[in-house]
Ligand binder design. Structure first.
Ligand SMILES: Cc1ncc(COP(=O)(O)O)c(C=O)c1O
Length: 479
């Protein structure tokens, strides 16, 4: 039997097992559209309730369903199109180049024919970062004859950089952070060697929302003739508005000499649909380093500008529509609400001596437990107990490690009235809970994109995580 309609015990990974049929093979005859849409409607509306509650850190950036309807309509006009065929879909060239130009303008780059900046629209932050890593490997080989390239990135930079280096055989050197949780530039300087092809900095970091000292990295990049990628996947569409709104902002974008590429995710604070990001290159010719041309193929000469092959124009249309419809004033207004909300969340954290803020991010508030005054180096409370109590009250924080900490990455749904007051109230209860927890071992730990306690040994950890990744792709037993 391959389709089960029996009520079955549910699990956190398969909560619908008892409610909807489980399909392990294609149905022999098609399921009516109304039935399919009804199932989708039920699942999505229940799942949206969590993000719409305003108690979730990051993940959902707009939360405005009217905006989503508009984007979905824009998507719909091109959902079926294959923008690889540009003779059929020249609108993709118009929209894609305008997305790149608008992003470059926001990040102070010039994509005009006389300008020195070029870009790509990719499928997301990971795609942008992996592509940037490939670019520097190719540039290192061609321009400098480096066969075994290495790239220096801060420990706080996103693991999608590691993914790219893993895929493309690049050695990675991880730079520690200073007491301020931004990259230790001295370490970077000391580790530049003959095989270094590029440096990485973030604006801002996923764990703490902080901006690495990009001008100092830029000086090193120029001095040693290296690439410098700025990962603005998270911060690239929110930090730029700080300057207009009067918040202090260290320079991080294409105004900084030495920055040779920067990524900014349209599907995060660009408020577009998931599946798009922008990667900008300076000089423009750097973009070509990762182009692939295969000639002599019986299918025709093949030229590809980026990772993807056939692509739907829907995401390009929706991204373009989001940027045009919000405009600078729209982005600025949402950013003002987000920065104000972050200020209020920081005030709530500061009101507890048991908690210490990590840095002072404009939008991504990270905090840890304050070290106990007894000099043992132990924390006064276990921050994961705080997380457990917040979770019991409906909050979905992101748990961090090294050091153990939490962050609340503020997005538009968190700016609703009453959210920061509710957070302050629940945080106070959570700190009390953590002072006298019912068990020593908290339920939560630091797994990116999930909760759950980690087993201690690295091998066990890897195998547990691999098991979980397997489970995400399996329907499970049918009966
Ligand atoms: C700083 C940073 N870079 C890259 C990424 C990866 O982006 P994506 O999940 O879109 O692949 C993230 C995701 O949160 C991020 O925070």
């Amino acid at each position: 039997m391959t389709t089960s309609t029996n009520p079955r015990p549910t699990s956190p990974l398969h909560p619908y097992a008892g409610r909807f049929p489980v399909h392990a093979t294609m149905p022999e005859t098609g399921v009516p559209r109304a039935e399919i849409l009804d199932e989708l409607r039920q699942m999505s509306s229940e799942e949206d309730a969590k993000g719409d509650s305003g108690r979730v850190s990051g993940s959902i950036y707009s939360g405005d369903h009217d905006h989503y309807h508009f984007l979905t309509e824009a998507f719909g006009y091109y959902a079926h199109s294959n923008v690889l065929q540009r003779d059929m879909y020249p609108s993709a060239t118009k929209m894609e180049s305008e997305i790149i130009a608008m992003t470059a303008d926001m990040l102070h780059g010039d994509v005009s024919p006389d300008g020195d900046v070029g870009g790509l629209v990719t499928s997301g932050g990971t795609d942008s970062l992996v592509t940037a890593m490939l670019t520097y490997r190719e540039w290192g080989r061609r321009a400098k004859g480096i066969e075994r390239p290495h790239i220096i990135m801060p420990v706080t930079a996103h693991p999608a950089h590691d993914k790219g280096m893993h895929y493309f055989g690049i050695d990675v050197v991880k730079a520690p952070v200073t007491a301020d949780f931004v990259v230790d530039v001295d370490f970077v300087r000391e580790h530049i060697g003959p095989n270094t092809v590029a440096l990485v900095g973030s604006a801002g970091t996923y764990p703490h929302g902080l901006i690495d000292p990009i001008p100092e990295l830029g000086r090193l990049a120029i001095e040693h003739d290296l690439g410098l990628h700025v990962d603005g996947c998270l911060g690239g569409f929110i930090i730029p508005w700080a300057e207009d709104l009067g918040y202090p902002l260290p320079p991080f974008d294409l105004r900084v000499p030495g920055v040779t590429s920067i990524s900014a995710d349209t599907h995060k604070y660009g408020y577009a649909l998931k599946g798009s990001s922008v990667l900008l290159f300076r000089p423009k010719a750097l973009r070509r380093q990762q182009y692939l041309v295969v000639d002599g193929w019986p299918g025709g000469n093949y030229a590809s500008p980026s990772m993807g092959g056939s692509r739907s124009g829907g995401l390009i249309a929706a991204t373009w529509a989001s940027m045009l419809n919000l405009g600078k004033a729209g982005y600025r207004a949402i950013a003002a609400d987000i920065f104000r909300t972050a200020v209020e969340i920081k005030a709530a954290v500061r009101s507890h001596p048991e908690l210490t803020l990590i840095g002072d991010s404009l939008f991504n508030v990270a905090f840890r437990a304050t070290p106990a005054p007894d000099g043992t180096g132990r924390d006064a409370i276990d921050i994961y107990h705080v997380n457990d109590a917040l979770a019991d009250r409906g909050w979905r924080m992101n748990a961090l490690q090294l050091p153990p900490a939490l962050h609340f990455c503020v997005t538009r749904p968190n700016t609703q009235p009453g959210i920061t007051e509710a957070f302050a109230h629940d945080l106070a209860e959570a700190v009390d809970y953590a002072k006298a927890p019912p068990t020593d071992m908290p339920r939560s730990g630091a797994v990116y994109g999930a909760g759950g306690r980690l087993p201690p040994a690295p091998d066990a950890l890897r195998s547990t995580i691999a098991d979980r990744l397997d489970s995400l792709h399996e329907v499970g037993p049918l009966d």
